[in-house]
Design a protein around this ligand. Structure first.
Ligand code: GLY
Length: 579
């Protein structure tokens, strides 16, 4: 194995020494954190959702109570991704040591089948898995919030849903970027009359600052508040949901809704340079891919490497390709496919995967194969996917932490709004492999592990994550961005742990992404300088510029005052609140 040479090491070390000297001499001030709270912090996409969370914390609720309040408030104030018609994942680290992964991912309806998105000639039919009723998975968010509250919360549903209901009933001022999104939705959702009525006022688009009231959604939320799961998965809401999905070709039944269950799972766990890493296990690929990449990186030395230099980008790109190759074959719903989770999370896997890695050359994606059965047999664990989705982080005064990523999949999901009840349905069915071996809308390749089956949960990339040190929470992090979610979280951790960046800098830093196939490095604005790009192209990489992505909303422990620091991704319009 050949890791980074240290030709520049002495030079870089002396630069680092100089930098430390300057900091100690008082020339450099610590970055002003965007949000600081002695007791609790919420960082999320909308200001209203953050306020809802802090209101619950101040009333004595714990981080789980606040997370449920934030989730419902996002369903009102961030209709592109916040939802009751979608699903998500919640990672919880309780101060008493309990570690929990809540899975409220959508499920394929009972009438779903393997080839449902293929045309007569066996090709993937464009649009069938992404818009309209067949794109709808059975929603999980309401059941997930109920389970979180019942098992780990301390407040009543009545109390935690109050802020969201008030926001839907009384309205909130439409921020600029939401007005903009409504503008394009009005054109894109032609034929989806209920969606255009509810969100686009039948073409009379909301302007920034106008009040947006959602009486239908307020009614639905009140039903859930009163009856819990029964207010959503049966009765009038369930009937309207099935009817609205069917009106656009969907096959979901009342029975599918009645049968939906949120699941408590064991989180994916690993370590990175002395930090504990807790993340989402299957049916998300996020936790396993993140931890396996961190394991591969642990043998690398970043001390002599410049941030976003050609060396740095090569190191991460090679790690990312290998993890995404294995994602394509080995990850799927664990209730339907035997995911070799323990092996993929082991340090031995990280070592095996990087055999043959050369710091000076590029391994083309076509010569990287997902590990096969016999490769996996050799691993002995040591000692034991538009890209709308939204992430929020919550911590409380007791040291409990909650990391939540939730989604409708694409922006505004399938465009199907449940008639008379004011909420959108997801298009999560596109996260399955419509045709094993062919890419989905994020360009991700999947195989048998992620083939469509009735009742199965589609593979996700959502990576809600918590880092701990000596058992105490030090970082709560996650991101939207489809297939880029995992490498976004990876880079925030790499920025902080290996490059000593303050949280806010790590959150808004430009990013790059490799996902094995297509064999290109995508990069956001200013992520790769022109001379670095030349070096990478000379090495053999193909580069693809793209717009900014990955709205990370993170919280870390403040090392000076002992409270919490919040870092919203202000490039994209996120917010935070604290007390
Ligand atoms: N829908 C994007 C994801 O779950 O990864």
């Amino acid at each position: 194995m050949h890791f980074y040479p240290s030709k520049r090491k002495n030079h870089m070390k002396s630069l680092k020494t100089l930098l430390i000297t300057i900091i100690l001499a008082g020339f450099t001030l610590a970055a002003q954190p965007a949000i600081y709270g002695d007791n609790g912090v919420v960082v999320a996409h909308t200001a209203e959702a953050c306020e809802a969370g802090v209101e619950i914390l101040q009333a004595g609720g714990n981080a789980v109570d606040a997370a449920v309040a934030v989730s419902y408030a996002l369903a009102v104030t961030h209709p592109q991704a916040g939802n009751i018609g979608g699903g998500g994942f919640m990672i919880i680290q309780m101060a008493d040591g309990r570690k929990i992964a809540l899975d409220y991912r959508e499920m394929a309806p009972g009438k779903a089948y393997r080839d449902m998105f293929l045309d007569d000639s066996g090709k993937v039919a464009p649009g069938k898995s992404t818009r309209g009723g067949l794109a709808n998975g059975v929603p999980g968010t309401v059941a997930g919030m109920q389970l979180a509250l019942d098992k780990y919360g301390s407040m009543s549903r009545k109390k935690v849903m109050k802020p969201a209901i008030a926001l839907a009933k009384k309205g909130f001022e439409v921020p600029y970027h939401l007005a903009y999104s409504f503008g394009w939705l009005n054109k894109a959702a032609e034929g989806y009359d209920e969606t255009r009525r509810v969100f686009c006022r039948d073409g009379e688009i909301y302007k920034p600052g106008e009040l947006f009231k959602q009486p239908d959604l307020a009614k639905t939320l009140r039903l859930i508040q009163k009856k819990g799961n029964a207010g959503f998965y049966s009765g009038a809401v369930a009937e309207a949901l099935v009817k609205s999905s069917a009106a656009f070709g969907g096959s979901m039944t009342i029975e599918d809704l009645n049968n939906y269950k949120a699941i408590v799972r064991k989180p994916a766990e690993g370590t990175y340079r002395g930090f504990g890493v807790l993340s989402m296990p299957p049916p998300s690929s996020g936790g396993i891919a993140l931890i396996s990449m961190l394991n591969m990186m642990e043998a690398m030395n970043f001390d002599s490497v410049g941030w976003h230099s050609a060396q740095h980008i090569q190191m991460l790109a090679e790690v990312e390709k290998r993890a995404y190759a294995d994602r394509s074959v080995w990850l799927g719903d664990p209730d339907y496919f035997d995911v070799p989770q323990e092996k993929l999370l082991s340090k031995a896997y990280g070592y095996l995967r990087m055999m043959g890695y050369d710091s000076l050359t590029v391994t083309p994606s076509d010569s990287i194969y997902p590990l096969n059965d016999s490769d996996l047999a050799n691993i002995v664990p040591a000692g034991y996917e538009s890209e709308e989705t939204t992430h929020f982080s919550v911590v409380d005064k007791w040291g409990n932490a909650v990391s939540v990523t939730t989604t409708l999949n694409w922006s505004f999901g399938s465009y199907v709004t449940v008639e008379g009840y004011g909420f959108l349905l997801n298009n999560e069915m596109d996260d399955f492999s419509s045709k094993p071996g062919e890419p989905n809308s994020f360009g991700l390749i999947g195989n048998e592990a992620n083939a469509i089956e009735p009742g199965k949960r589609m593979l996700s990339s959502m990576t809600p994550t918590i880092l701990t040190k000596d058992g105490k929470v030090v970082l709560v992090v996650g991101a939207p961005g489809g297939s880029t979610i995992i490498t976004t979280v990876l880079q925030v951790i790499n920025n902080m742990v290996d490059f000593s960046m303050p949280l806010q800098d790590a959150v808004v830093a430009p990013r790059f992404h490799h996902q094995w196939k297509p064999d290109v490095i995508q990069y956001g604005p200013r992520a790769i300088s022109p001379d670095t790009a030349e070096l990478l192209v000379a090495m053999g990489y193909t580069l693809a510029p793209r717009s900014a992505y990955g709205e990370v909303n993170a919280i870390s422990r403040d090392r000076v005052f002992g409270g919490w620091v919040g870092a919203p991704d202000y490039r994209i319009n996120s917010h935070g609140a604290a007390y």
